[in-house]
Design a protein around this ligand. Sequence first.
Ligand code: AMP
Ligand code: ZN
Length: 114
Amino acid sequence: MEDCLFCKIIKGEIPSTKVYEDESVYAFKDINPLAPVHILVVPKEHIGSAAEITAENSAVVSKIFEAAAKIAKDQGIAGDGFRIVTNCGENGCQSVHHLHFHILGGRKLGVEMG
Ligand code: AMP
Ligand code: ZN
């Protein structure tokens, strides 16, 4: 996807602070952190959102969650707990249309989900 911000970050065309990478997953610090630890985990393959996950592309989602568990340990937030969120579409307030999972932690988070 030529015009996709996160595809450009994955290709190194836009700088990011990488925290994890493997053959199918890339993770980097959110530019506007909402918690002491705020990391985005994305598939290297362009998938527009959670609404575009199918039987053909869903294997990467388990890879993302494996990576998230490693990242949480590396960042020192696995023990105290953290949150994984993906915003989808307009009502979900998704602003970048490349599937991404926010890892938020490092403080007690609010209880509201909506
Ligand atoms: P969402 O609103 O769920 O689509 O999340 C998009 C996230 O991408 C927001 O938390 C932004 O702060 C973050 N973001 C936007 N541009 C960049 C960037 N260049 N580097 C890192 N994070 C970014
Ligand atoms: Zn993309």
